[in-house]
Design a protein around this ligand. Structure first.
Ligand code: NAP
Length: 286
């Protein structure tokens, strides 16, 4: 149970030990001198509904939600348009006793691209998104919101890419996984929203040499920080954006909602989280 006297928030997941959210939020609490707490809560699926119904009684003003609870969090809260359209909620807060939710992966993705690859969307006519899960849905939401006219969604399981077309409309064009290397001719943005490239997972192999020279390649995977995709795209001279910046930017709104201060994503914060990721990667390599 969290303290009654200072605001507390948490990350709810199953498992949740791997989450960097406590590192990020506790860094900001200390940096801004705010009396608050941010904790991990390992909650199995069968206990999730009860846990968030009693969030306030447990002393929490809000929470982040991660795998596997994002869809249930949406169903059990009052979502904003963004969370409802994406189909998943990752940030909860209590507003006058009402449990509200949003999806901050959208702004995490866009704000990070704006910061790391300025003007990425100027004259962008064609984007390719690999993957059609929860993260891909948030990315497509963001690309539609920025007015990108054509978003090709390539997924191993075709029906999930087709579901994104039904959700977001005709700008989304589903494509088959086997076709992925033939879709690049005029793609100005390529986003890996699959789990390929994560530690313990196979690499995502793409023929990035087929991309136009101005293309930006984004990997949402951040463990390891330099994925095989980022490495080969960099070697090909393309602009690359890794997944850590998105993780940091998506945390901003929750912190502001719970603790009343919009925090900055700084190089120092990034270095703190990078060091943590490097520590884990080194351990698993031993
Ligand atoms: P998800 O809902 O489980 O979706 C996983 C996606 O990966 C699906 O499209 C799946 O295809 C695809 N996939 C898995 N194994 C594959 C394989 N062997 N070959 C081809 N495709 C494969 O997961 P998610 O929540 O969307 O997360 C996706 C990635 O984004 C993860 O790496 C996650 O860590 C990352 N992420 C990063 C951030 C950030 O802040 N940087 C935020 C959210 C997510 P099928 O549909 O065919 O199964």
């Amino acid at each position: 149970m969290a303290s009654d006297t200072i605001p507390a928030a948490c990350i709810i997941g199953w498992p949740v030990e791997h989450s960097r959210s406590p590192l990020i939020h506790n860094y900001w609490l200390k940096f801004y001198g705010i009396a608050g707490e941010y904790r991990r809560e390992a909650v199995p699926p069968e206990q999730f509904a009860d846990f968030i119904k009693k969030l306030g009684a447990r002393g929490y003003v809000g929470a982040n939600v991660t795998v596997p609870h994002k869809e249930e969090a949406l169903a059990l809260s009052r979502p904003d348009d963004r969370a409802r359209t994406v189909g998943a909620a990752n940030t909860l807060w209590l507003d006058d006793g009402v449990l509200c939710s949003t999806n901050t992966d959208v702004e995490g993705f866009l704000d990070n691209l704006d910061a790391c690859a300025p003007h990425w969307d100027s004259n962008l006519r064609n984007a390719v998104v690999l993957g059609a899960g929860g993260a891909a849905s948030a990315i497509v939401y963001g690309l539609v919101a920025r007015g990108i006219p054509r978003i090709v969604v390539v997924n191993r399981t075709p029906r999930r890419a087709e579901a994104l077309r039904r959700r977001f409309g005709e700008r989304v064009q589903p494509a088959r996984w086997e076709e992925r290397n033939t879709l690049f001719i005029d793609a100005g943005l390529v986003v890996n929203a699959t789990t390929l490239g994560m530690e313990q997972q196979p690499a995502l192999t793409l023929e990035v040499g087929r991309l136009p020279a101005h293309a930006v390649v984004v990997d949402l995977v951040y463990v390891p920080l330099i994925t095989p995709l980022v490495r080969t795209a960099k070697a090909a001279g393309l602009r690359t954006v890794d997944g850590l910046g998105m993780l940091l930017h998506q945390a901003v709104r929750g912190f502001a909602l719970w603790f009343g201060k919009k925090p900055d994503v700084t190089a120092e914060l990034r270095a703190v989280v990078e060091a943590d990721i490097a520590g884990v990667s080194n351990k698993s390599a031993e």
